[in-house]
Design a protein around this ligand. Structure first.
Ligand SMILES: [Zn+2]
Length: 80
């Protein structure tokens, strides 16, 4: 069975499955061959969103990461 090839939505580079970043949101598939293209795409998404919407989503995502970080800090301090 031939491997599925993905085409980067930012630069057009074709890359094999298992490499790069492929994000699926409902029927929408975004293929990104490198983290550089992923960052470009992420910035473009934020630019397209309504500032009020992106502000709320960014705040929520930041909070989620902060929770992960503080949990990691706790487990680290327990080890000492
Ligand atoms: Zn690319």
């Amino acid at each position: 069975m031939p491997k599925v090839k993905n085409k980067c939505n930012v630069c057009g580079k074709v890359f094999p499955e298992g490499q790069g970043i492929v994000i699926t949101v409902e029927e929408e598939v975004v293929a990104l061959h490198s983290s550089r293209c992923a960052v470009k795409f992420l910035k473009a998404i934020i630019d397209e969103l309504e500032p009020a919407v992106s502000k709320e989503v960014i705040g929520r995502v930041k909070k989620n990461f902060e929770e992960v970080l503080s949990k990691r800090m706790l487990s680290k301090s327990k080890r000492i």
